[in-house]
Design a protein around this ligand. Structure first.
Ligand code: ASP
Length: 331
């Protein structure tokens, strides 16, 4: 596992994972049999949430590694890891999904494998495990992206239960956050939101989650799940990068990546695809993640983070926010 204290680094620049964290147990860049990396969103998190969030991220990598050791596909390992994070209200996904200005909880998620199979949902409501519904879209429908009521209907058809995802904690945050916007006419709200749109630090609540996994037969999969941008509140119908293949999530036979941060900028830069493109060109995933974040920052002036894994099980993580919590495990 990575050093649990690394999230304490609060440097405002592209973060570099120390070299010894990129190396295998013997200090060489070993080819790893099975590997998993997860993230819990890019941007500042309240101090008292850091340790409990890190514990869940670490637990998620453990679950995923167990699944991989039992011979399960990397996509299932990703799903197990992300489901655990979606179960916690400490992350902005699943049960912890942020509320929109109008009061709804609307979830986005996507997943992809090294065979280029992929699926995604946007504006999914009342279903906690958005990543699982993205997998259903991939495996059970002829589509790649299903939005709104149709995504909830698919989930119900396959046995998922409707649930009220409004938590007390999120209602409290929503009541405070909407004060900035609720009195304004719609066009004024849009103007204010446009002014804040490039900063993930301005947005007070983070916790999009994502994972990339490698199985011992060399297959990769990745997935990302979010409740969207939490503060300032966004309008119903706003969809960020998370369900967009190439933006929030991308995977092919060379590597996989999951991004988090300001969704509109990540979409313009197709950040996850960019990281995998750099891995394809021969870069170590750490180098690929750093270069992609540097380019992203220069191109968009915005903030994001990304995790990546290549087909040798080597991992990378970079961000230009103040922090991004991650966990990595391999055997
Ligand atoms: N990328 C997500 C979105 O824009 C938010 C985040 O990752 O913090 O919806």
């Amino acid at each position: 596992m990575d050093d649990p204290d690394r999230h304490k680094s609060l440097r405002r620049r592209t973060y570099r994972v120390p070299l010894n964290q990129m190396l295998g147990r013997e200090g060489r860049q070993d080819i790893m049999l099975r590997a998993i990396i997860v993230h819990g969103g890019a941007g500042r998190v309240p101090g008292d949430e850091l340790a409990p969030r890190q514990a869940i991220l670490d637990q998620a990598t453990g679950l995923a590694l167990d699944a991989l050791s039992q011979g399960q596909a990397p996509l299932l390992a990703v799903e197990h890891a992300v489901n655990l994070l979606e179960d916690s209200d400490l992350f902005n996904a699943g049960r912890g999904g942020a509320m929109r200005l109008e009061g709804s909880v609307s979830l986005d998620a996507s997943c992809m494998t090294s065979e280029l199979d992929c699926g995604a949902v946007a504006d999914l409501r009342g279903i906690r495990h958005a990543i699982s519904i993205a997998r259903l879209v991939m495996e059970e429908t002829p589509y790649v992206l299903l939005v709104g009521r149709a995504s909830t209907e698919l989930a119900l058809q396959f046995g998922h239960q409707l649930e009220d995802l409004h938590t007390e904690r999120n209602i409290r945050r929503w009541l405070t956050a909407r004060q900035a916007l609720e009195q304004l006419p719609y066009k004024e709200q849009l103007r204010l939101l446009r002014g804040l749109a490039s900063s993930a630090e301005e947005t007070g609540r983070h916790g999009t989650v994502g994972a990339v996994a490698l199985s011992d037969d060399g297959r990769l999969a990745c997935g990302t799940s979010t409740g969207g941008i939490a503060s300032p509140l966004t309008h119903e119908g706003r969809v960020g990068d998370t369900p967009l293949i190439g933006a929030g999530t991308y995977c092919n036979e060379y590597g996989g990546a999951s991004s988090t941060g300001v969704g509109e900028a990540i979409t313009r830069a197709t950040l996850s695809r960019e990281v995998v493109r750099l891995i394809e060109s021969g870069l170590h995933p750490q180098e690929a993640a750093e270069r992609a974040i540097e380019r992203f920052a220069a191109q968009t002036g915005s903030e994001a983070g990304v995790i990546a894994l290549d087909r040798r099980g080597r991992h990378g993580a970079a961000y230009n926010t103040s922090m991004m919590q991650t966990a990595f495990a391999h055997d």
